[in-house]
Design a protein. Structure first.
Length: 484
């Protein structure tokens, strides 16, 4: 009996030693790239049969808890079209802390590939939905006590072509079509990436691509944060061939991400634009109504509040050779009917050169700006402290000081009102001089060369009728001096 027990014990000991040896052999065997590639081929063949499509991975190199290296990954959708075709996917793991719910990754690299997403013209289903259905769970999602925290030191994408098409929608003839996007030679370098629940942040060091519309982004860099408090971009730099734009801050602030469903009313703009160079052709890709414009302008300003009462402070626009506009702009809720819109605008300073205005390339279909011969001799208009208040059909306008090539003038608050049968222009206060002239040369405007400079005050009421006629209802004033 003792011998039997000894033999039995020896056999058990040998069995466990052999089992341990087999475990070690298996562990080291599956670390072999050829064996891993073979297993991957078997797995993708099985999945291809299961999903009735083509899935393949040419080469696999996996070191457990260290790195994942995949070459030539290919997936077709159920229509036989390429969904994913990547030459190289590399994941360099740092640590996996399951107890602390942390996944730490050193680097993810994706090189040389194509990603094609689309929605069916028949039912709007995504072409990758079959993968979601196959690998997804039918069990209801339970709320977790704490989300998985993912930290990624670096994400690098190089030479990627990406497309998204919603085949239910028609294609735009011009501009960026958000239902039909095609990005060529997409490259991205990002780091300091963290994601936990609804909070995501990263540094975009470089992003570039060429879009099918013709828009070519050479470089984008920014610090990005997405949370229930909104989307915040800091130190945002944008560069194209003709534009260089810098936002110290570009934020769309919310109380919760669902606020984006009510964008005009709940999403607050908090934007600071440092003086930047913008080519209007670049802007036209996103605002197709500007197609045909290609002028370079310089912009700066601050944008605040929700879209329905947007405020633009410290706005500065520079264009042409000499033209400048500095203003405070408060935009109304443009969803309202035109007669209910209310404006409150102030031009702190403006220098508008007539030659600059005529040189503006307007959108296609619009005639070029032509300064009327009657006022061409003014050459320019320089305004200080001009105000516009009211509705489009009933507003007040004033100019504290204006300078032209022919002299200076000021405009007291006047009221422009659209009546049923006429448009009337008159002083807000009838006893106030509407127009003040200072050393103003009236000769060129009056086509009377003998008439020289004059100074004085004028008050009038003018009506333009719907039939094209007009009437000067009131005219009085005083000229202090007139030179001939």
């Amino acid at each position: 009996m003792t011998k039997v027990l000894k033999i039995t014990g020896l056999c058990i000991s040998l069995f466990f030693e052999l089992l341990l040896l087999l475990v070690f052999v298996f562990v080291f065997a599956i670390r072999n790239s050829q064996i891993q590639s073979y297993l991957a081929e078997k797995a993708t063949t099985y999945l291809s049969e299961e999903l009735q499509t083509k899935i393949s991975i040419e080469k696999v190199d996996i070191v457990l808890f260290k790195h994942i290296d995949l070459n030539n990954i290919f997936i077709e959708d159920l229509e036989g079209q390429t969904l994913l075709d990547l030459a190289h996917l590399y994941v360099d793991l740092d640590k996996i802390k399951l107890i602390n719910k942390q996944l730490l990754i050193k680097k993810i690299g994706i090189n040389n590939g194509t990603i094609n997403l689309n929605r069916s013209a028949k039912n709007g289903a995504y072409n990758f939905q079959f993968l979601v259905d196959y690998f997804g769970s039918d069990k209801p999602v339970q709320k977790k006590s704490s989300p998985l925290e993912i930290k990624l030191n670096q994400l690098a994408l190089q030479h990627i072509n990406f497309s998204y098409h919603d085949f239910r929608k028609d294609t735009l003839d011009f501009g960026v079509d958000y239902d039909h996007i095609e990005l060529k030679n997409l490259h991205l370098l990002a780091d300091q990436i963290q994601s936990a629940g609804d909070n995501h942040e990263l540094w975009i060091r470089s992003l570039g691509f060429k879009e099918r519309s013709g828009f070519n982004l050479q470089h984008l860099a920014a610090q990005l944060n997405i949370s229930d408090k909104g989307i915040v971009l800091r130190h945002l730099q944008l560069k194209t061939k003709e534009s260089k734009i810098y936002f110290p801050l570009l934020a769309l602030r919310t109380k919760q991400l669902s606020d984006f469903e009510y964008f005009d009313d709940l999403v607050r703009f908090d934007v600071a634009l440092q003086q930047s160079q913008l080519n209007l052709k670049d802007l036209s890709y996103f605002v197709p109504d500007l197609k045909g414009m290609n002028q370079r302008v310089f912009l700066s300003g601050q944008v605040k509040d929700v879209l329905k009462r947007l405020s633009i402070d410290r706005f500065k626009l520079v264009f042409g050779q000499q033209s400048v506009l500095q203003a405070t702009i408060k935009l109304p809720d443009f969803r309202l009917e035109s007669e209910k819109l209310r404006f409150s605008e102030q031009i702190h300073f403006a220098h508008l050169d007539f030659q600059d205005l005529e040189n503006i390339q307007l959108p296609q279909g619009l005639s070029a700006i032509e300064i009327p011969d009657a006022i061409k001799d003014l050459a320019y208009v320089e305004l200080k402290n001009s105000k516009f208040r009211g509705a489009l059909n009933d507003f007040q306008l004033s100019v504290q000081k204006a300078k032209t090539n022919l002299g200076n003038f000021a405009l007291a608050p006047l009221r422009v009102k659209q009546e049923a049968d006429a448009l009337t222009i008159a002083a807000v206060q009838s006893d106030t001089a509407l127009l003040q002239l200072q050393n103003f040369n009236l000769g060129p405007l009056a086509a009377f060369s003998e008439l020289g400079t004059c100074s004085g005050q004028l008050n009038f009421k003018l009506s333009f009728f719907n039939d094209g006629s007009y009437a000067l209802n009131t005219l009085n004033g005083r000229l202090n001096n007139v030179l001939f």
